[in-house]
Design a protein. Structure first.
Length: 360
């Protein structure tokens, strides 16, 4: 037994990359997630509209962070502001009487904190919750969980599929076939994209029919966000496969990219509640923007122009990640293709006269 244990230890020590991930990864994840794991929202973006907007804004609790005061706007402007995701709370004032407090129920934790904050203030009425009146968790979690499913299919399945080809030597066999690198890469990725699209359609149907999640917005905008997000996740899977030598390394690296997306994207813990030193990581994660798109379209019915920023960020991240993955794939994993064969043939034609000259 001890001989076998020593043999396994020596083998583990030789694989320094895997050993480093086994030791460093848990500590890193604990430190990062320890700062991120908080449901307490201290500041909630608030807009105040109506004739007495300035007076009422000055008397609001500190938790309501007033970012806009517009005396010339009314209730419909306030609703549009919440639908576009520019604020979580809108206070609508009138010439006399108590103001109306509108709360975006799609931002679940912020909405709950506001309802609790205003419960004991007689000068403000009970808030009216829009888009998710019952403050149901399923209406908020299901759209985000769709992104988690796409991350799993796009990243882990793609990474394992490409690494399996490399580990079994199939990619080397493709090198002698007349395939271009982009043909090999496209052929490997299309099945996973197809499976991810089917998974997305199924979970959307299940979320709407079984969990009663609303779908108030445009299916085309949602489909665009999902395709851009798949573009990023599949590119991440290919990138992981190019730096992994075994399927075990690919799984560890895939988990290293998945866990931050699940915990730092605003899916579980609100971004506003995270420490500033950790929050910036969330703004670099694609799931952060897919969650904004999915919740915006399904729950709030946000229009296309209100989601331009998250859609644009998904496009930028997709181009960056997929560009890096293609570069590494062509350099490390791609077959030689016909161009290299043609170059070899040209080189042989050049060297042939020299050989004949030397023979003479």
């Amino acid at each position: 037994m001890w001989a076998m244990a020593m043999k396994e230890f020596r083998q583990m020590r030789r694989d320094r990359r895997t050993l480093a991930m086994m030791i460093v990864q848990p500590v890193l994840l604990l430190v990062v997630f320890g700062y991120a794991a908080s449901f307490d929202v201290d500041q909630v973006k608030t807009v105040v509209v109506g004739p007495r907007a300035g007076q009422v804004a000055a008397a609001l609790p500190q938790r309501l962070d007033v970012v806009q005061v517009s005396p010339g706007q009314g209730r419909q402007d306030a609703v549009d502001t919440l639908r576009d995701g520019e604020a979580v709370v809108a206070v609508v004032t009138a010439d006399a009487g108590q103001p109306q407090v509108l709360v975006d129920g799609a931002d679940l934790f912020s909405a709950r904190s506001v309802v609790t904050e205003l419960r004991g203030r007689p000068e403000l009425p009970a808030p009216e919750v829009l888009f998710n009146p019952g403050l149901k968790t399923s209406a908020i979690m299901v759209p985000g969980l769709m992104g988690v499913v796409l991350v799993f299919v796009g990243t882990i399945a793609t990474a394992l599929g490409v690494v399996r080809e490399r580990q079994s030597g199939t990619l080397e066999q493709l090198a002698v076939m007349p395939f271009r690198p982009r043909d090999v890469l496209g052929g490997k990725l299309l099945p996973y994209l197809g499976v991810a699209v089917v998974d997305l359609a199924v979970i959307v149907a299940v979320g709407v029919l079984l969990f009663d999640v609303p779908f108030a917005g445009s299916p085309l905008v949602f489909a665009l966000g999902a395709l851009l997000f798949l573009f990023v996740t599949v590119g991440t899977g290919v990138l992981i496969s190019t730096v992994s030598e075994t399927q075990g390394q690919a799984i560890q690296l895939a988990l290293l990219t998945m866990l931050p997306q699940i915990l730092l994207s605003g899916l579980i813990f609100p971004l506003q509640a995270m420490a500033a030193g950790v929050r910036w990581i969330g703004y670099l994660l694609p799931l952060t923007y897919f969650v904004q798109v999915a919740r915006g379209v399904m729950v709030r019915g946000a229009p296309f122009d209100a989601l331009l920023f998250p859609l644009g960020m998904l496009a930028v991240l997709g181009l960056t990640v997929f560009g890096l993955s293609i570069v590494r794939f062509r350099r490390d994993l791609a077959p030689a293709g016909p161009r290299r064969d043609a170059d070899s043939a040209d080189q042989g034609q050049v060297e042939a006269p020299t050989t004949r000259a030397g023979a003479r």
